[in-house]
Design a protein around this ligand. Sequence first.
Ligand code: MG
Length: 166
Amino acid sequence: MAIFRPTLQRNRVTDLSVKTVQQLKISTLLLDVDNTLSTHHSQIPLNGVEKWLADMTEAGVSLFIVSNAKKERVAPFAEQLGLPYFWLCKKPLPFRLKKAIRQLGAEKRSVMLCGDQLFTDMAAGNLCGIRTLLVTPAQLETGWTFRLRRCLERPLLKRYKKEQSQ
Ligand SMILES: [Mg+2]
């Protein structure tokens, strides 16, 4: 199940430090929105996210929002943060990620995707051939499709955790 495997795992996206990003030679972060930068449907960034984005920008890291959500959810959120964005990205398909990378003039080896879902975010990152950061979802979703996905994620997450501790 290598296609769903994250390169790195952190509790929150803000736990990824500038230092780590520099050590990994990452110059571009592609960012999921729901449950990564904010809770579902919320236009308010999670605690510390604005400062984290500012710190990354100051360190010369390019940022780009790649969300599967609709334009009316993504556009106001990204615009208040002053970030470029794509909506309806259809992750796990990698095409919009590739387009964002092209638009930024970045090289794949220096790009990392940050997201909270194995079957969309991590799969898209791996299909695109870039590194990935998996974060713990900020708030668990209530819809049945999400509950099912989270349920299917569980055994994989357990396995990845075991591998990392070995
Ligand atoms: Mg998400």
